[in-house]
Each structure stands twice: as C-alpha cells, then as structure tokens.
Design a protein around this ligand. Structure first.
Ligand code: FAD
Length: 397
C-alpha cells in the first residue's frame, strides 16, 4: 500500500465503477469525494457476474470475507439451443476457474455487491482516508478556470474542487458532455428484460427444479434473441436477462416497466423449460433499451478523465461492462498512487494508454456477439454451434 498522498480526487457517480475507483484510490492513500445524483447510493434489483478479471480486483481490495458472504458460484457455463434446450457448449467454472485463473467466477445481487464496496469505502478501520460520499449531488457544470484544480458544480450550487476529476457517471455521462466529447451513443435496436424469479417457486416446480440442482450460468441462443440466467443469493433468486428486438416505446423511454407475461411471450416456440421459468418472474420485470458507444472515444482532458460506461459503454453480451469499469479503477489507482500532484496529468495519460485499447476490444467483442448469439437456424447457426460444441469436463447438464 502506498504512503498517504497529498492530493484529492473528485469522482462523479457512485455506481459500481465510481465506487470501485473510490475504494482503489483510498487503498493508495488518496482522498476521494464521490458525488452521486441519487438521494441514496445503491444498485438496481438484478444480478451481476464477475469473471476472474474483475473478481481478482475486488479480492485485491481486501473484500474476500465480504464477497464470500454474498456470492453464488456457478459450476459451469452452459450454452443451449432455443428450440429443444440441447446443450451446444459447456465451460467449467467453479474450482476450474479458480485453479486456472487464480480468481473465481462469481454471481451476486447487484445491491449486495454495491453495498460491500460502499461499506469498505466508509469503514473507519480501512486503509487510507475514508471516502467522503455526497448523495443528492447532481453535477451540472465543471469549473476548469484553474486547470490544475477542476471543480464539479452541483445542481444546488455546491462546488467540489480537487486535483483530478473522474467522470464515472454512466452511459449518459454529463462530465463527458462537459468535456466536449462529440461521440454519440449508438442504439443497438435491442432491449434487455431484467427479472428476478423467486428460487422457491423454481424449486417447487418439477419443470424448473433442474435449475436449483446444479448452479450454472446458462445462455440460450435463438433467432434474433437470447436468454441468460443464473442463481444469486445462494438460490434465493434466479436472475434473468432476456435480450430481444426493442419496441419503439422502450427505445424512446430507455427503461420501461414490464411483466412476467410479456417476458414469457417474448419467447414463442422456445423449449418448454423457458416459459416455465419466465412465467414465475416477480412482477417488477423491467425492459432496458441497449445503447453502446464507439470504441476509442475521448477518455481524458487535462486533469479530467472518464471511467466505466461514461467512456466505454458496451452491450452486455459478454457481461463485462462493470468488470471493465473495475479494471479501469484498478489501473487509475495504480497510476495516481505512483505520483505526486504535479504528475497527475501524466498518470491520467498512462491510465488511458493502458485501458482504452483493451476496453475498446471488449466493446467490439460484445457487439459481435449480437450477431453471433442471434443467427437464424441455418448454415451460420450450425457452424457456430459446431464451434461451441466442446465439453471441457464431465458434467450432468
Ligand atoms: P453506472 O452504473 O451507470 O453508474 C453511474 C452513476 O452515476 C449512477 O449512480 C448515476 O446515478 C450517477 N450519475 C449520473 N449522472 C450524474 C451526475 N450528473 N451527477 C452525479 N451523479 C451522476 N457488467 C458486468 O460486469 N457483469 C454483468 O453481469 C453485467 N450484466 C449486465 C446486464 C444488463 C442487462 C446490462 C444492461 C448491463 C450489464 N452489465 C454487466 C454492465 C454494467 O451494468 C455496467 O457496465 C456498469 O453498471 C457501469 O457502471 P458505471 O459505474 O460505469 O455506471
């Protein structure tokens, strides 16, 4: 751990990216203020997966005990065909992942993961200075009259100056706009239903009981849509993400309420196990229009830089958006932790150099999966399935 730094950083946005950055900077002895527009810090009621690249970072921040209390570990990732549920690919996770990558593949409820990171930011026993959190603080302007002390100005007129400012304010980043970046958001034409299905309903029905017998991360591939599901909170909920062509209403609203009925109806003709599981969703099903950015956008200007969805919003077709934000956070803290105040711009430049290319590749790979997952039945689908048909271990699927 680095010695206490003499400078301070303002982070705009208290999502998973901003909070991981705050904690990583705290570990380097840097004073951090997080400005969050919402009245309370938190996350949406849905699941999230962290592959070893992100799990390793979270564990490196000293969160092992807390994460072990909230995670669910899938034993494998299974790829199924839409029509009959036949298995077209299987990758072992569980111990295999830990042995091979020296870090686990874990699932969580987003609210649990966010709370663990937030608590670590404010724990008085933690390393370095406690992170200062300001909620109901919507940033509307940047004051950059002193380029070495960028300040965020909130809707209520408060001004927060620091030696660096990090925009971790999500896909519709205000900081990004204020930096003058002209890269526009791209609409994918698709939307994601998000739903939680109570685990006790799943366990009680013989048609869905298989989902609790072995915890897996499952992807169903079908023509122009796919479905992902996995257990969280040790089986309390089945988390469902169902990606389908977007309706005009959702495209316009970005987020719209939906229902278990609409969700199940979005998969006509699919294997019977699909409607059996989807029709049990809790009634707070929502639809999110899926937008992304062009890779290689603007990431920094002087002592202001971006992190997470603010600079590399991607389709969730590799479950890597938050994980890439965590990688950003780790590298940002490494670079800032190695300099004094007069080295901040150089540190931010190195942060961008180390992160932009890789995050851009993950953005592109996520975009390619939009085509790869959604082939209609035919030669391309058969070729894809043949490529995926590798079983790398014995498993009762
Ligand atoms: P956000 O989570 O959007 O946080 C931004 C924060 O900034 C918010 O709290 C917001 O209120 C605040 N804010 C915004 N504007 C202002 C302002 N002007 N002033 C102050 N505060 C502001 N990623 C994974 O790694 N694994 C997964 O399994 C996964 N699954 C996904 C499933 C779906 C269906 C979707 C849509 C995405 C998924 N992702 C996943 C991607 C992941 O959710 C995002 O990439 C990640 O949450 C982005 O984090 P962030 O902190 O950059 O932005």
């Amino acid at each position: 751990m680095a010695a206490s730094q003499s400078f301070e950083v303002t982070v705009v946005g208290g999502g998973l990216g901003g909070m991981t950055a705050a904690l990583a900077l705290r570990h380097r002895g840097i004073r951090v203020t997080v400005l969050e527009q919402a009245p309370e810090l938190g996350e949406v009621g849905a699941g999230i997966q962290t592959a070893p690249n992100a799990s390793r970072i979270l564990l490196g921040l000293g969160l092992r005990r807390q994460l072990e209390a909230i995670h669910t570990e899938p034993l494998d990732q299974v790829r199924r065909r839409w029509k009959d549920g036949s298995v077209i690919g299987l990758t072992r996770l569980g111990d295999y992942c830990k042995d091979t990558y020296n870090a686990p593949y874990w699932h969580y409820h987003r609210a649990d993961l966010h709370r663990v990171i937030m608590d670590a930011c404010t724990d008085p026993e933690g390393p370095g200075p406690v992170v200062r959190l300001r909620t109901s603080s919507k940033v509307v302007e940047l004051d950059r009259r002193d380029p070495l002390r960028p300040a965020a100005v909130t809707e209520d007129g408060c001004r927060y100056a620091g030696d660096a400012l990090i925009g971790a304010d999500g896909i519709r980043s205000r900081v990004r706009d204020l930096m003058g970046a002209d890269d526009t958001l791209r609409f994918s034409g698709e939307m994601a239903f998000r739903a939680l299905v109570p685990g006790d309903l799943i366990a009680a029905d013989p048609a869905t009981r298989w989902l609790v017998d072995r915890f897996q991360s499952t992807i169903w591939y079908g023509p122009d849509r796919h479905l992902v599901h996995y257990m969280i909170r040790g089986g309390e909920y089945l988390n469902v993400v169902a990606c389908v062509p977007c309706t005009d209403e959702v495209a316009e609203r970005w987020v719209a309420p939906s229902s278990a009925g609409e969700l199940a109806d979005a998969f006509p003709g699919w294997d019977d196990r699909v409607p059996a599981m989807l029709s049990k969703a809790k009634e707070d099903v929502s639809c999110f229009a899926l937008y992304h950015r062009r890779p290689d956008p603007v990431w920094m200007d002087g002592t202001v830089a971006l992190l997470g969805d603010a600079c590399h919003a991607m389709l969730p077709y590799q479950a890597q958006g938050a994980s890439q934000a965590m990688e950003d956070a780790a590298v940002l803290a490494e670079e800032l932790g190695a300099v004094t105040a007069d080295g901040i711009q150089g540190a931010l430049r190195r942060y961008v150099d180390r992160r932009a290319k890789h995050a851009g590749m993950v953005q592109q790979a996520s975009l390619r999966n939009k085509t790869f997952y959604h082939f209609p039945d035919g030669p391309e689908q058969r070729e894809r399935d043949a490529k995926l048909r590798h079983f790398d271990g014995e498993s009762d699927v």
